[in-house]
Write a protein that binds this ligand. Structure first.
Ligand code: SAH
Ligand code: TMP
Ligand code: ZN
Length: 405
């Protein structure tokens, strides 16, 4: 039996994706022999409802100096983080000399706005290359993992933080006990800890199974986050559904008793109970739907290969590692994936070993069918690449179900 990483309760496994590589482990052809694999399986805690991976990948393997994910590749995400920064500063830091700390600041997509407004801040991120990009934007970064000892050091050196923020990072950290104790050490008495991550409710509803991969150790809900927060002396005081990355929730935590929780919190928790989003039967149904989506995508790709159609993919996402490796989709079915990230171009995708090509080659000539691995950026990409469809190209999406656009 696996014990829950939060409460030690028993975890019921509901899907096994088998052997998987590091989702951001893009590699050179000569590196494929020594590639690292682990078993990707996911379960739900019967006590606190936290959805979590059954096996943990060591953090140093995932968040290396050359970690290739750059938040600022998407215009929509840049806008989202600029708006977020202004809102946090306007509502939480009205006066004085506030300190804003971000866990997982990556290339400075959020903190660059805080820096531009001249507000004291610190980003913490273990991935050196992206941290250097942030520093180039005037962001103060510490290249390290956020955990209790680091938080105590920051608190001693710089005083309390009015805001501690994390986007798409809390769900990456199995050892949330140390993170919460660190937040407890660093947060000002009236401060807030705000984080946003993919929402279990959306993953289940949209069958967005590729949100499950090594870096996404947890899939949060309001119910599971409130239970976890309470263990460390925090109240969940606000929740907000976000449209980004296929559906997320932004959770606002405050010290117990410091703020009155908004009605939205109770409402979302009630909705989660009514929908039984962490119920075993719901998750078993989800598992059945995942298998169906993958089988349908596999059948389509095989048919297109038989017909001799020119197929490719768009967006060398971490998510797509789950799709390609579970589905067995290698370069025989998908000969290339186009991506805007220089750090991924010229390399092979993890496990499936599909070559990553720069976007400027996308139209030379256009493929006939393109699997949209970055389906969470569909609006932005389909709009940007409208010439592809205008000349007859077809997008293939597999979330929430297989469909061709
Ligand atoms: N916040 C950005 C980046 C998300 S990617 C966004 O939403 O787009 C996750 C980032 O978290 C990576 O840059 C990774 O290096 C960082 N990270 C992973 N574990 C961390 C930890 N324990 N402490 C701080 N940052 C961490
Ligand atoms: P994400 O879904 O984890 O944010 O990853 C998106 C990937 O897609 C990332 O590697 C950047 C890439 N991308 C493009 O190639 N073109 C685009 O227009 C956008 C928005 C992303
Ligand atoms: Zn639990």
């Amino acid at each position: 039996m696996t014990a829950c990483r939060i409460c030690q309760g028993s975890v019921h496994q509901f899907f096994d994706f088998g052997s998987q590589p590091l989702s951001d482990g893009f590699l050179r052809p000569e590196e494929t022999a020594g590639e690292f694999f682990y078993r990707l399986a996911v379960g739900v805690c019967r006590s606190c409802t936290m959805v979590q991976l059954m096996e943990e990948v060591p953090r140093e393997r995932m968040f290396r100096a050359d970690y290739p994910y750059h938040s600022s590749m998407s215009v929509k995400m840049r806008e989202h983080f600029t708006r977020t920064a202004h809102r946090l500063l306007d509502t939480e830091c009205p006066d004085g000399d506030p300190l804003v700390v971000e866990i997982g600041c990556n290339d400075g997509a959020m903190l660059s706005t805080v820096a531009a407004r001249g507000v004291r801040h610190l980003g913490v991120d273990p991935s050196r290359d992206v941290a250097e990009v942030a520093a180039g934007k005037g962001v103060r970064v510490r290249v390290d993992f956020f955990e209790e000892s680091l938080a105590r050091e920051v608190a001693a050196a710089e005083g309390p933080a009015q805001v501690i923020y994390a986007a798409n990072t809390m769900c990456h950290i199995p050892y949330l006990d140390s993170v919460f104790r660190g937040v407890d050490a660093l947060l000002a008495p009236g401060g807030v800890f705000v984080f946003e991550d993919p929402y279990l409710g959306d993953v289940v509803e949209r069958t967005s199974f590729d949100q499950i991969y090594d870096e996404h150790f947890y899939l949060f809900s309001a119910t599971s986050v409130r239970a976890a927060a309470r263990r460390y002396g925090f109240d969940l005081v606000e929740v907000e559904r976000l449209p980004v990355h296929g559906g997320e929730v932004r959770y606002t935590l405050a010290r117990a008793g410091a703020r009155t929780p908004s009605g939205q919190v109770e409402a979302l928790i009630r909705e989660e109970a009514q929908r039984r989003i962490a119920g075993i039967s719901t998750l078993e149904q989800f598992a059945t739907q995942v298998k169906r989506n993958i089988e349908e995508l596999a059948a389509l790709l095989r048919r297109l290969r038989e017909e001799g159609a020119r197929v490719a993919a768009y967006g060398a996402t971490a998510k797509s590692a789950t799709v390609t490796n579970y589905g067995g989709f290698g370069p025989d079915l998908i000969p290339a994936v186009y991506d805007s990230t220089p750090a991924k171009q010229g390399l092979l995708t993890p496990g499936a070993h599909i070559p990553v090509r720069p976007l400027k080659e996308f139209s030379q000539p256009y493929p006939e069918y393109v699997v949209l691995f970055a389906w969470n950026h569909a609006q932005e990409i389909i709009e940007k690449e409208r010439a592809f469809r205008e000349q007859g190209g077809k997008w293939i999406l597999y979330v929430p179900e297989l469909h061709i656009l």
